[in-house]
Write a protein that binds this ligand. Structure first.
Ligand code: HEM
Length: 404
């Protein structure tokens, strides 16, 4: 029996600060329910692990962009008009179904395999060391600003071939693209980023270098594997995904450790626990709260609820990972848990292509940080910490820590 009447509101400070409070209620009483999302559109929210997994592999749930604007307009209930993102940055794999999805993903798959990213290990260690050197002598910092943000930005920019001088712009753009800001602000930032990428692609065409973007330009120029819009969109997706997620795996992971001193002590005592700890951070407080949009191409029954055709279905990954029916004592951080599957990287054909890179970055970053700062501590009361206004990303505004 459902305890929920009317759509749940996700645009509230309570939800932003503590989504799990709502999720726990929904998993019990209304595991598939209607919800109003922050940008003012209505859809269905899926909160249990088994339903989430089923939704992520159901081919009747589409991610094809072609109907997105029409459906957004149809299900938009907020004030003001919905401003869609420009098409030249949205024609990417995360907005497509097979066969386009298969073709697009194949173009970058190899760069991100475990073997592919192993080549980046040295570079990631060097960037981590350099950032940690920069913290020497400081007593209190915002760990996100000083460490967790610059690391993945530098790594993904190096991989793609974005010049160092342009990286600060990216931080403002990508943050605006994923957060709920003023109406149209996200679309404007997406447009600015698209224009910048158009220029960068021309520069790579004129002077190819040894980076992923130059390789993609070549794939476009050599045949029909990638259109000009798809090329720009691919760069856009990789940069956003590479910037906005790993930072929060580092941030949320460090916060989880600082709030659970026994776990921190266990990890300091036995560093072989680190890879398992990173998996537990992903499960316990992963960087993606609700997965990106999907919509029904025909009526679909999910968790006993019949969802009509042409409606948005949003999968709450963070909720699925805290489902007691899937993992015992799900609300407890336990870095020594036997391997537990989680949905932090999604599931099915859109499973995160960057997962091996994200894991490598997070283990290098968190390991390096613990080595350098034996007295690392939180410099704020946990209740004072503010979370970012986005249903997509689960991450803090700032993470004040004492280094010494
Ligand atoms: C897809 C999470 C890091 C690139 C996804 C999805 C999730 C996710 C949940 C699926 C979304 C959905 O199905 O709606 C994460 C997390 C990360 C992370 C938690 C860090 C801890 C990265 C990095 C990159 C990346 C570093 C690489 C540059 C992508 C791409 C997709 C994707 C390209 C789309 C895959 C497809 O559509 O087939 N990620 N991601 N991610 N991620 Fe990540």
């Amino acid at each position: 029996m459902s305890v929920q009447t009317g759509p749940v509101q996700l645009d509230t400070a309570d939800f932003r600060q503590d989504p799990e409070a709502l999720y726990a209620r929904l998993r019990r009483g209304a595991p598939v329910c209607e919800a109003l999302f922050p940008r003012g559109f209505r859809g269905w929210l899926v909160t249990r692990y088994d339903d989430a997994k089923a939704a992520l592999t159901d081919p009747r749930l589409s991610k094809d962009m072609s109907r997105f604007a029409e459906l957004m307009t149809r299900h938009h209930h907020g004030s003001g008009r919905f401003t869609p993102f420009p098409e030249d940055v949205t024609a990417h794999m995360l907005n497509s179904d097979p066969p386009d999805h298969t073709r697009l993903r194949r173009l970058v798959n190899r760069a991100f395999t475990i073997r592919g990213v192993a080549k980046m290990a040295e570079g990631i260690e060097a960037i981590t060391d350099e950032l940690l050197d920069g913290l020497a002598g400081r007593t209190e910092v915002d760990l996100l600003d000083a460490f967790a943000f610059p690391l993945p930005i530098t790594v993904i920019s190096d991989l793609l071939g974005v010049p160092h001088a342009d990286r600060e712009d990216f931080r403002a753009w990508t943050s605006a693209v994923i957060s709920k800001g003023a109406p149209g602000a996200a679309a404007a930032a997406a447009r600015a980023m698209g224009e910048y990428l158009g220029g960068l692609i021309e520069a790579k065409r004129a002077h190819p270098t040894d980076d992923l973007l130059s390789a993609l330009v070549e794939a476009h120029d050599d045949g029909d594997r990638l259109s000009a819009g798809e090329l720009r969109s691919m760069a856009f997706l990789l940069l956003i995904a590479g910037h906005e997620t790993t930072v929060n795996l580092i941030g949320n992971g460090v916060l989880a450790l600082l709030r659970n001193p026994d776990q921190l002590a266990a990890l300091r005592a036995d560093r072989s626990l680190l890879p398992g700890a990173v998996e537990e951070f992903l499960r316990y407080e992963g960087p993606v709260n609700v997965a990106t949009f999907r919509y029904t191409t025909e009526p679909v029954e999910l968790g006993g609820v019949r969802i009509p055709e042409g409606e948005f279905v949003m999968v709450a990954l963070a909720s699925a990972n805290r489902d007691d029916a899937h993992v015992a004592d799900a609300g407890t951080l336990d870095i020594t848990r036997p391997q537990t599957p989680h949905l932090a990287f999604g599931h099915g054909i859109h499973y995160c292509v960057g997962a091996p890179l994200a894991r490598l970055e997070a283990t290098t970053a968190i390991g390096g940080l613990l080595d350098r700062f034996p007295d690392l501590a939180l410099a704020a009361e946990p209740e004072e910490l503010l979370w970012r206004p986005s249903t997509l990303v689960r991450g803090l505004e700032t993470l004040p820590v004492r280094l010494a």
